[in-house]
Write a protein that binds this ligand. Structure first.
Ligand code: NOJ
Length: 459
């Protein structure tokens, strides 16, 4: 470990008393019980051999539909202020019979009540990638009608839960949906069409805006959205243009739409070989800049760029194809790295927070996900995970550095509460602070969970 036990208290004291600590999960990654809901693009994607590395499917995941009470106990053990979970759209709406699914709504209602009873604030993500299959058949995020569907979905959630949810996030990481799911075939729906990537970026952001209006109409307590933003770095002058291009696709286009800058000339030129953006309706695009109460940043690793060579390193989600139009460079990462091939570099988190605060002045920020997949060995009731614990120490310190600079950073969520389905990587990559035995569903606190518990207790 790179820190001394007495430094935990010092770190805790660096955060203001109203700073919110939490932990996060997402529906498809933990719920299981797919028979009690409709199908999503992730079920369809997982059904195709080879799409998910180890052949993992939605069931049983962490069986959280049946074990949510046990999961609330884990949160109580940690002493967190909030829990970020996502709603599975096909669990709350039955597209086959065109009506809400009461059993699904009851599940989330009970979860929310259980959290409130435990004095844990619910943070609800509306869309964490599990698009109903019926909507994908109509064209999914490339279909102009999708934003009205999302508005109806927001209405369903807000009318059921706005009285009890503390914090709402409309989308989670639209970049991933666009560039891993549409531009390439790494994620569902697996299209491999760069133009589709840009169309889906636009419609997701319009959908976000429509959902924001619904949330306002229901007096939602706090509402915003979640982007995966990061710093793009290089040691090579010859890579400067590529850095600008990747930075724009990773950070720029989303922050531009959110802040009302729309689609920039730079973006239009840089993407001209794939699209002329003629699907954009300027009036509709304004919706994407509906005022938000916070922006959530999911941060894991920087992107490091070097001149191209034949060998592309193994780094999940980082290769030139996922940034359409990127040429003559490759993505690399330096030690220390996580099992995803992601470089551990906490100063890039501070830099990302600073850059975001500059791009979106006046909007409070939260780190809605941060964490890592590292090798875990379970030994009886113990899991020693010094790399993950260190990661948390360093990245929380990086957040405190941003606060010291005067940036309005209001919260931090660990990804993830427990080991779960890491999308196309399957069950093998464990991000949890609780270890999950996937054959018995037993949850065991890793040392990193004990660290978080101690940190929160020393506030
Ligand atoms: C971001 C995503 O929101 C989450 O679902 C995923 O598991 C983590 N990153 C780790 O890759």
């Amino acid at each position: 470990m790179s820190f001394q036990p007495n430094q935990i208290k010092q770190l805790a004291q660096r955060f203001p008393s109203d700073f919110t600590f939490g932990s996060a999960t997402a529906s498809w990654q933990i719920e299981g019980s797919s028979a009690t809901r409709g199908a999503s693009v992730w079920d369809d994607f997982a059904a195709v051999k080879g799409n998910i590395k180890d052949g993992t499917v939605a069931d049983p995941a962490c069986d959280s539909v049946n074990r949510y009470k046990e999961d609330i106990e884990l949160l109580k053990y940690l002493g967190v202020d909030t829990y970020r979970f996502s709603v599975s759209w096909p669990r709350v709406y039955d597209f086959k019979n065109d009506k809400p699914n009461q059993e699904g709504l009851d599940y989330y209602s009970n979860l929310i009540d259980g959290l409130i009873e435990a004095d844990i604030k619910p943070t609800l993500t509306m869309y964490h990638w599990d698009l109903p299959s019926e909507l994908q058949e109509k064209g999914g995020w490339q279909w102009s009608g999708i934003t009205d569907e999302f508005e109806k979905y927001a209405e369903l959630l807000a009318s059921n839960f706005a009285d009890r949810v503390d914090t709402w996030a409309t989308l989670n990481e639209p970049w991933v949906v666009s560039f891993l799911g549409h531009a390439t075939k790494i994620h569902a729906p697996g299209l491999g069409d760069p133009r589709a990537g840009f169309i889906s970026a636009y419609y997701q952001m319009v959908a976000h805006g429509k959902a924001m209006r619904v949330l306002r109409a229901h007096n939602a307590n706090r509402a915003g959205t979640v982007l995966n933003l990061t710093e793009i770095i290089t040691d090579f002058e010859s890579c400067t243009d590529a850095v600008k291009h990747v930075d724009n696709l990773q950070n720029g286009i989303w922050l531009d739409m959110l802040s009302g800058r729309g689609i920039s000339e730079f973006t239009k030129q840089a993407t001209g070989e794939f699209t002329d953006w003629s699907f954009v309706n300027e009036e509709e695009l304004k919706l994407a800049s509906e005022p938000i109460d916070f922006l959530g940043i999911n941060y894991y690793t920087p992107n490091r760029i070097e001149p191209a060579e034949d060998v592309q390193e193994f780094i999940v989600g980082q290769e030139p194809e996922v940034y359409p139009g990127t040429r003559d460079v490759r993505f690399v990462s330096r030690e220390p790295k996580s099992l995803m091939g992601w470089e551990v570099r906490a100063e890039s988190l501070t830099n990302t927070i600073r850059a975001t605060a500059k791009a979106l002045p006046g909007v409070p920020l939260m780190i809605t996900e941060n964490g890592g997949a590292f090798p875990d060995e379970i030994d009886g009731d113990e899991v020693h995970d010094p790399q993950r614990t260190d990661y948390y120490f360093q990245h929380l310190s990086a957040c405190a550095d941003a606060i010291d600079e005067g940036i309005d950073l209001q919260g931090y969520y660990c990804w993830s509460l427990m080991d779960n389905i890491e999308w196309a990587e399957g069950l093998e990559k464990r991000f949890g602070i609780f270890y999950v035995d996937h054959s018995t569903q037993k949850r065991t606190a890793k040392d990193s969970a004990k660290f978080i518990r101690e940190l929160l207790a020393s506030r």
